[in-house]
Design a binder for this molecule. Structure first.
Ligand code: ADP
Ligand code: MG
Length: 627
């Protein structure tokens, strides 16, 4: 028998290695931009065609390369950034593996032009599937320009595996934004198919944040700055009233390298404590600087994970720092907890609720251990209970109780009280009253906990999730609108201009025709500005910018699902305009919702697959009572 083991030909080895480094167009963007930064460039231009499938080009004014280095740069494990193993533990550049250019050249057609300031002529190299096609002297400005054409042209399986252009473009934008954010002192621009999407002049971090996340962020930034011997934290966090319902404006950098960390995200969010509503994402752009000896970034070439030698310490330090920043801007309600007398004076409006105050915390996350003393926590809990209860009353008042004179005791709602297990006898009496009046209108639908509707049917009752049902109804209506029946527009008396963050503006330009079929009248105004002339006639009441912002953010979240523009937009819009949990509904509103739900072609589930209702059969109920 002959031996069977052979060394792989170099181009095959490179292609395999490329699978690790180059997963999609955005990976190329990252590697090229990082190389330009390592080369000391102050101006970086990124040019993209067809979401990177046809062309990804980075032009920099960095140090350039000699002819030999230009050729060497495409060899695997060829790098100018480290020389010895020990250098691995003190990395101050973005790259160090010497794999990126070799990998990219293995799976694309690459052209490089480069010149050092001291050389008269530059070098041009064309390389394809790891094979050098051309190497010649050329005219070139100082710096380097690398074009990567037809990515994965020689790996059809990979090319086919790429997602739709909007998805790939979104990844590119993310990568670009992270790198631009980490280097506010450098000029960046991004062109996509001849449109300039970003133009970022050098400036400070605040200016860069505003350029990338949009003007609205400007007044909402709280500076963060703290330093110890081992860790320095700088950057900005958003004020608690400036948050989004989706991810997107949260960035951590460790030694200028973007990282993802749910653990550190948790540290920041917990610093806000109860200032943020549930599932809200505050803005933050935070830079951690730490001795490279204390971290390991060598986990994986493309993963943005990082290991700290003492993770807990970083967590706590980060949390305290953010808390402090929020506190020193008078945003945290620390004072409220201490001003107990004032808070005790307020609730005289609701005397019957008094017993609540002394009840130890027990409901859900109220008992969260936040590291404060028990006393402090109890005060905070009490305050929250009271507010919660009061909020409940307000909702109910608006929904279905007649207005009361200020002196009269507030009538107790029948449902929200269930959340608070302790009831006084006065409350119980009030409850009895309520249930009597309820029995009079048994056939009417009935809302519980501000989120479910109880609807009697012959064989029992239905429990309808108001939000899921509303999403289903709107989704079907919007699909129809996008197909044959555009929704009527309510013209606005005073058109509103809206300046969007560049990435959102690019997205809206792509789908503006469809958005207008849903009843908006939006016109492009040039740059990232749009003018809203009208909104969907049946949706008056929701502020237009807010609605549009929600729709765009939902739309972006859905991109990964590859739904197609219409389906995605119908879902995004339905989600954004739907009746929310906690929204009080009148009886006619509930009836209307039920009628419309059952007129839908698929009433059973919301577009994202949640049940719209659950049926409870009388026979089933009887069984459960042992009947
Ligand atoms: P790494 O960045 O890990 O060193 P790369 O394959 O990305 O590996 O690049 C190989 C080498 O090519 C770099 O070490 C650097 O010397 C050189 N190089 C790459 N891009 C540029 C650029 N834009 N300007 C100057 N030199 C560059
Ligand atoms: Mg590199």
């Amino acid at each position: 028998m002959t031996d069977v083991i052979q060394l792989l030909p170099e181009n095959v080895a490179n292609q395999i290695a490329a699978g690790e480094v180059v997963q999609r167009p955005s990976s190329v963007v990252k590697e090229l931009l990082e190389n330009a930064i390592d080369a000391g460039a102050t101006q970086l231009k990124l040019i993209i065609r067809d979401a990177g499938k046809t062309l990804i080009q980075v032009i920099d004014n960095g140090c350039g390369m000699s002819e030999t280095d230009a050729r060497m740069s495409f060899e695997r494990h060829a790098t100018s950034k480290i020389r010895e193993a020990k250098d691995l533990f003190a990395i101050h550049t973005m790259g160090f593996r010497g794999e990126a250019l070799a990998s990219i050249a293995a799976v694309a057609q690459v052209e490089m032009r480069t010149r050092r300031a001291t050389d008269e002529l530059g070098t041009r190299i064309v390389i394809e599937s790891s094979t050098v096609k051309t190497q010649e002297p050329c005219q070139s400005p100082t710096g380097t320009s690398i074009s990567v054409k037809n990515l994965f042209f020689n790996v059809p399986a990979r090319r086919n595996f790429l997602k739709s252009e909007p998805v790939e473009m979104r990844h590119i934008l993310e990568e670009f934004q992270r790198i631009a954010m980490a280097n506010p002192d450098l000029f960046f621009s991004l062109h996509h198919n001849d449109a300039e999407i970003f133009h970022l002049p050098p400036g400070n971090l605040r200016q860069r944040i505003v350029k990338i996340f949009g003007e609205a962020a400007n007044k909402k930034l709280v500076p963060v700055q703290e330093e110890t011997d081992i860790l320095k934290i700088t950057g900005f966090v958003g004020k608690p009233d400036y948050f989004k319902k989706a991810r997107g404006e949260q960035l951590f950098f460790v030694n200028k390298r973007f990282i993802k960390s749910n653990y550190l995200h948790h540290a920041v969010v917990s610093a806000y404590e109860d200032l943020l509503p549930a599932d809200a994402f505050p803005l933050y752009v935070l830079f951690l600087e730490i001795n490279p000896m204390r971290i390991d970034i060598n986990v994986h070439p493309t993963k943005q994970e990082i290991k700290f030698d003492d993770e807990k310490l970083v967590y706590n330090y980060l949390k305290v720092t953010v808390r402090h920043a929020l506190g020193s801007n008078n945003i945290t309600p620390t004072l409220d907890f201490e001003q107990e007398p004032a808070f005790q004076a307020t609730p005289t409006r609701t005397p019957s609720l008094r017993p609540e105050y002394d009840r130890p915390a027990s409901v859900g996350d109220y008992g969260r251990n936040t590291g404060r003393s028990d006393d402090e926590r109890r005060h905070e809990d009490n305050l929250r209970h009271w507010q919660k209860l009061y909020e409940g009353l307000e909702l109910i008042d608006k929904a279905d109780t007649p207005p009361q004179s200020p002196e009269s005791e507030p009538e107790l709602p029948s449902e929200p009280v269930v959340q608070f297990q302790v009831r006084s006898s006065a409350e119980n009496a009030a409850l009895d009253d309520e249930s009597n009046s309820f029995s009079k209108s048994q056939k009417d639908p009935y809302q519980i906990h501000g989120q479910y509707i109880v609807s009697h049917i012959k064989s029992g009752f239905l429990l309808i999730d108001q939000q899921a049902a509303s999403e289903r109804i709107l989704y079907e209506r919007y699909l129809e609108a996008l197909g044959t029946q555009p929704i009527a527009t309510q013209k606005m008396l005073f058109p509103k201009t809206l300046e969007l963050p560049p990435a959102d503006a690019a997205l809206l330009r792509e789908i503006v025709d469809e958005v207008n079929r849903l009843g908006f009248e939006i016109a492009e105004f040039g740059g990232n500005t749009f003018v809203i002339h009208g909104t969907p006639a049946d949706l008056s009441g929701i502020p237009e910018e807010r609605l549009l912002e929600k729709v765009l953010s939902q739309y972006k979240d859905n991109l990964e699902l590859q739904l197609g523009t219409q389906d995605n937009l119908a879902r995004a819009m339905a989600r954004s305009a739907a009746v929310r949990r906690g929204q009080p509904l009148s009886i006619p509103e509930m009836q209307d919702l039920i009628d419309q739900l059952f007129a839908c072609s698929v009433p059973y589930s919301s577009p994202s697959g949640r049940n719209c209702f659950v049926a409870f059969e009388l026979s089933e109920l009887q069984k459960r009572f042992g009947g």
